[in-house]
Write a protein that binds this ligand. Structure first.
Ligand code: G6P
Length: 374
């Protein structure tokens, strides 16, 4: 039923707009709201026999490529916070190039939409040889990664056809937030935090429905950016990954140079690029990094940067610091799920830029949905 475009012109457009439904399917049967005496909890059937081993591991290492890597990166802080276990990140090809250390005491989590990406699959073979517990997070039941890992979670986002991954990305983040909750267990010290995340998960499809209303606004923004050579995207904390993923979307489909930049590194190079011509997208939604992002915005203004700022609803005045930035206001959710909401306007921007620039949305030149050769 998902293989046609329905009322949409392109698969990517359809997949962006069906995220409220795909997220609902991802969470179905896995969140327990709890009665009066039962705490809210998460059930991930594919992991239940391995949770004890995961909790005892010396390190959790995420391994993936492209968008799947970015989804894992966005989930790193909540996994560190709830599990207390060191979490490291590996791009599959780089791990293989270095033959980096993987130990028996590691839990290696392989994230892949298709479950067939050659680099990720080879990294899985390598981790198995080294004795790590291997967990798969894929969208494809019966895929090589699903079959060859010890245990795992299907993201159940439904078939994704557009080469640029959209709905799989948001479902991956939700699965990894649930993974963090499951590994974190039921420690009393985390109870309020856990409940806030679970409440926010229940409400997330509604918030994504709300942010999708920015479609026209992002089309207008795309019209302004249509002839640009380059777009920088600044983010930090939970939204460093959003900056990387937003830039990847623009690069992949709109064929425009775009770079995701860790805002904390701004002074160590990127600031040299800032002038009155280069468009810069700054993600500054409310979280523990907000005041640092305000100071980044001030510094970019001081260099006459051409800014588009993404902020939480009602925060426009707090981010238009002495300049005439364009503002994109998004609904606020709990910090670790904010990347799910924040990526949507960037997906819409990349989509409209591609259509306006006359490029192939669903089959960008030179790219494949699943890269099965190394
Ligand atoms: C290709 C696709 C990307 C995808 C990456 C990883 O490069 O074009 O959209 O993110 O592979 O794919 P996977 O199936 O492993 O998530």
């Amino acid at each position: 039923e998902q293989i046609n475009k329905g009322n949409y012109e392109h698969y990517m457009q359809k997949e962006i707009h069906e995220q409220p439904e795909s997220l609902t399917t991802t969470m179905r049967g896995r969140l327990i709201r709890g009665g009066s005496c039962k705490a809210k909890t998460v059930l991930l059937g594919g992991l239940k026999d391995h949770l004890k081993t995961i909790r005892r591991s010396r390190r959790i290492v995420f391994i993936g490529c492209g968008t799947s890597y970015n989804a894992a990166l966005s989930s790193r802080p909540i996994l560190e916070e709830l599990s207390g276990i060191p979490v490291t990140m590996e791009i599959a090809s780089d791990l293989l190039d270095r033959q980096g250390p993987i130990y028996r005491e590691d839990t290696a989590v392989f994230v892949s939409q298709s479950g067939e990406t050659a680099d990720t699959l080879h990294a899985l073979e390598y981790a198995l040889e080294n004795g790590a517990l291997c967990v798969g997070i894929t969208n494809t039941v019966g895929s090589a990664i699903a079959r060859n890992t010890h245990c795992g979670v299907h993201i159940n986002a439904g078939c994704e056809i557009g080469v640029a991954s959209t709905k799989a990305y948001t479902s991956q983040i939700v699965v990894m937030a649930m993974l963090a909750l499951a590994i974190g267990g039921d420690a009393i010290s985390n109870e309020a935090r856990r409940e806030a995340i679970i409440d926010s998960l229940f409400d997330l499809p509604n918030k994504v429905r709300e942010v999708l209303k920015l479609d026209e606004e992002m089309k207008e923004l795309a019209k302004l950016l249509i002839a640009e050579q380059s777009l920088l995207v600044f983010g930090r904390g939970y939204n460093y990954a959003t900056a990387l993923e937003g830039a990847l979307k623009v690069k992949e489909v709109a064929l425009m140079h775009s770079e995701g930049i860790l805002a904390g590194e701004m002074k160590h190079g990127p600031l040299a690029l800032v002038d009155e011509n280069l468009p810069i997208f700054v993600i500054a939604t409310r979280d523990a990094c907000f005041s640092k992002q305000q100071s980044v915005i001030q510094q970019l203004h001081a260099r006459k940067g051409r800014l588009v700022v993404m902020c939480s609803k009602g925060d426009a005045a707090s981010v238009c610091l002495g300049g005439s930035s364009r503002v994109v206001e998004v609904p606020q959710v709990v910090d670790c799920l904010q990347p799910v909401v924040n990526i949507v306007p960037l997906q819409l921007l990349a989509y409209h830029l591609t259509v306006l620039r006359g490029f192939n949305v669903d089959q960008p030149r030179n790219l494949a949905k699943s890269v099965t050769t190394q």
